[in-house]
Design a protein around this ligand. Structure first.
Ligand SMILES: *Cc1c(COP(=O)(O)O)cnc(C)c1O
Length: 239
């Protein structure tokens, strides 16, 4: 199957999940698809763009910069992976949305870098709903204390929550984790901080995006289902 064919299937599955959600809850919201291009090359990205992809997700700043060198602002770039403080400056230059903010220290670094270039950097808070030791992210009950602490930070716009669910053979098993984050999303949405608006709920990957949309995700991050398996031997870095 071609990248265009895969993309069409993913979009169709998202649409079916949206329809199911609408039938069950009455809620009908558009879903943004992030094409996760990490460890895929320029040619594959060209194919995806021709097929209509406009937003790409990357895990590493250097790799994303190499792609930016080629595509410039033709694409919207999202950072999905863990961000080290020594890469913050480049990340703030490049990314339209940073999904992986998981500490106040990182938010402070982003704030400073953004203020310096007169940008307001959109960010999401990464939540480790299942509290897996192998994953980044704050706990569910740390979200509101975080927002209280971050309320004074200039140069950032906190626009939602993100999670990576535990991996299960049966994606149904992810449902309670997505549901918990959706409830937190609603809880935060009802509160008010000047630099925070709950717009995006980023959850769902190749294995579980259908369940995530059914549970309220309005941003899904899909790589393998569009591009096939990643070849980790290929590593694009900036010249
Ligand atoms: C790699 C990655 C994805 C995409 O994963 P697939 O299973 O290939 O769809 C989504 N989100 C994050 C945070 C990732 O690191």
């Amino acid at each position: 199957m071609s990248i265009a064919g895969n993309l069409a299937i993913v979009k169709r599955n998202i649409q079916l999940a949206q329809e199911k959600r609408k039938t069950l809850t009455g809620i009908d919201e558009p879903v943004n698809l992030i094409a996760v291009t990490k460890n895929h090359g320029i040619d594959e990205m060209e194919e995806a763009i021709t097929a209509g992809a406009t937003v790409v997700g990357e895990n590493r700043v250097q790799e994303a910069l190499a792609k930016y060198d080629h595509f410039q602002r033709q694409l919207e770039y999202h950072l999905l992976g863990h961000l080290q403080t020594n890469k913050v400056k480049q990340a703030v230059f490049l990314f339209d949305l940073i999904h992986s903010v998981d500490s106040l220290k990182l938010a402070e670094h982003i704030s400073r870098a953004a203020v310096k270039i007169e940008k307001v950097q959109p960010i999401l808070l990464e939540v480790n709903v299942a509290q897996e030791a192998s994953k980044f992210g704050m706990k569910l009950d740390e979200v509101i204390p975080f927002l209280n602490e971050a309320a004074d930070l200039p140069g950032i716009s906190i626009q939602g929550l993100m999670t990576v669910a535990p991996h299960f053979e049966d994606p149904e098993a992810t449902r309670p984790f997505f549901h918990s984050l959706y409830e937190k999303f609603l809880e935060v949405k009802a509160l008010s901080w000047s630099n925070c608006m709950m717009k995006w709920l980023s959850m769902g990957m190749t294995n579980d995006y259908v369940v995530a949309v059914e549970e309220g995700a309005n941003m899904v991050r899909v790589g393998t289902a569009i591009f096939g398996e990643r070849d980790y031997a290929i590593e694009l870095t900036r010249r």
